[in-house]
Design a protein around this ligand. Structure first.
Ligand code: DCP
Ligand code: MG
Length: 442
């Protein structure tokens, strides 16, 4: 039925109903077909194709789905070792409960809440189901965390006979019907604003930020809306008298870069709604990696670097044992509030060496140690190859050649006397944290 509609549906003066998806031609406040008030209208409705989807109160929604008695009750997911709230349903949020709040505070705010301990296995399973529904829409799905992803829906018109906006609305409906939880969606011309839009009217939201309105919309927003502006950086900006994105819009690029380095450039571009990052699909990431979750959250490079070193050595050992090498070094961090950051760097040639993985990881890490507290650090390599072309002696510089030789010697000693027989300066004396216990590898 949509294929027939798709010619007229592209007229920007036409909206559609988010419940029955019928085209809305006039200015009526309710759907002319089903009477729903959930109508979508926007001048760029049929021109935008970058989407961000985020499940609503994800863990809590899954628990409510599985126990209908919880439907109208305030539900908090959390507890466990850390004694904090993982998430709360929107009823509990009305009472002031928030993610990452200590459990005792949450219960002070909402004593009648039902508290449930997290069942990660179940949430991972449901997260995968949502993701495979996304992948049925487009191969261009970039997962960001367990419950959110970017999608580039540019090709959907041809594939599904529907413009991206309608594909997205239909997707939200299917998730409700088939999985039993709700999502919020944002549609824009770039990743930054698609993500901002999806957060705009949660839960069951669908918001659009068009190119024409981006600068005016952003001017009113706080700087914390910009990716990479965490609490620490926001405090720096605040001390410089900068609170809104509008203030940044009035500043020169050179001035911002002088003050804040590469972050200044990002501020300059994003404040004007300029974001050219593409949606990068997760190419069945074949990688060798090691990661560890810390006992307490860590922020300083003094704490993180020795862990990075130990993990790099672990990855290197596995590569050497399997006779493979990797060309792209991937750093993974999970922030205190469970957001995952991954940073990649491609090397000139594949490597197996702990030192090259570590040095590259250090460069990537340096940009992320901005005061943000992390709960997890991981390092790995992808773009796997055989060893033939790995670490060519004539291509690596003298310094790294020396380190490669030293590494060979250390490997030999470790083989003979055990893993902790030889330690580099980075891990030496750092004790248990430097040789993480709880590591997960893929
Ligand atoms: N999570 C967590 N601890 C946090 C933040 C999140 O354990 N501090 C977990 C629980 C969430 C899930 O990750 O359900 C997804 O995180 P979101 O930030 O998307 O939060 P929700 O999906 O719960 O709520 P929202 O509707 O705001 O997206
Ligand atoms: Mg969510």
């Amino acid at each position: 039925m949509f294929a027939v509609m798709s010619t007229s549906v592209n007229d920007p003066s036409h909206g559609f109903c988010r419940d029955c998806l019928a085209v809305q031609r006039g200015p009526a406040m309710r759907c002319t077909k089903c009477g729903s008030p959930r109508l979508m209208r926007h001048p760029e409705l049929y021109a935008l194709h970058i989407a961000h989807i985020d499940c609503d109160a994800f863990y809590a929604a899954v628990e409510k789905r599985d126990n209908p008695e919880l439907k109208d009750k305030p539900v908090i997911i959390g507890g466990g070792k850390r004694g904090v709230v993982s998430t709360a349903c929107y009823i509990a949020r009305i009472n002031g409960v928030r993610s990452a709040m200590p459990m005792f505070k949450a219960l002070e705010a909402c004593p009648q809440a039902v508290v449930i301990s997290p069942n990660m296995e179940k949430y991972v399973r449901v997260g995968r189901e949502v993701r495979s529904m996304m992948q049925a829409l487009t191969p261009l799905v970039e997962p960001i965390s367990i419950d959110e992803a970017f999608l580039d829906l540019a090709g959907t018109e041809r594939l599904h006979g529907l413009p991206p906006a309608l594909v997205l609305a239909r997707f939200a409906q299917s998730v409700e019907k088939e999985i039993g939880i709700t999502v919020s969606a944002g549609l824009s011309y770039c990743k930054f604003l698609a993500k901002v839009a999806s957060d705009f009217r949660k839960p069951r939201g669908f918001s659009i930020i068009g190119e024409a309105e981006a600068v005016t919309f952003l001017a009113e927003q706080p700087v914390t809306l910009i990716w990479g502006v965490g609490k620490a950086f926001a405090a720096t900006l605040e001390s410089d008298g900068i609170r809104t994105i509008g203030q940044i819009q009035r500043m020169e690029r050179g001035d911002l870069m002088r003050r804040y380095g590469t972050m200044g450039d990002r501020l300059y571009r994003l404040s004007r709604g300029q974001d050219t990052r593409r949606v990068e699909p997760d190419h069945d990431a074949k990688s060798v990696s090691a990661e560890t979750t810390f006992d307490t959250d860590l922020a300083s490079s003094a704490d993180l670097v020795p862990i990075l070193r130990a993990l790099s050595e672990k990855v290197s050992t596995r590569l050497k044992k399997s006779g493979i090498a990797g060309r792209t070094v991937v750093l993974k961090l999970k922030t205190q509030d469970f957001k995952i950051r991954t940073r990649n760097r491609q090397l000139g040639d594949p490597t197996q060496l702990a030192d090259r993985i570590f040095q590259t990881g250090m460069q990537l890490l340096a940009k992320e140690t901005d005061g943000t507290k992390y709960r997890l650090l991981g390092i790995g390599v992808s773009d796997l190859t055989g060893v033939e072309k790995a670490d060519p002696p004539d291509l690596i510089d003298v310094q790294s050649r020396k380190r490669a030789l030293a590494e060979g010697a250390m490997d030999a000693l470790r083989d003979k006397f055990g893993k902790t027989a030889v330690e580099t300066g980075y891990t030496f004396g750092k004790g248990r944290n430097a040789h993480p216990r709880e590591d997960v590898e893929d």
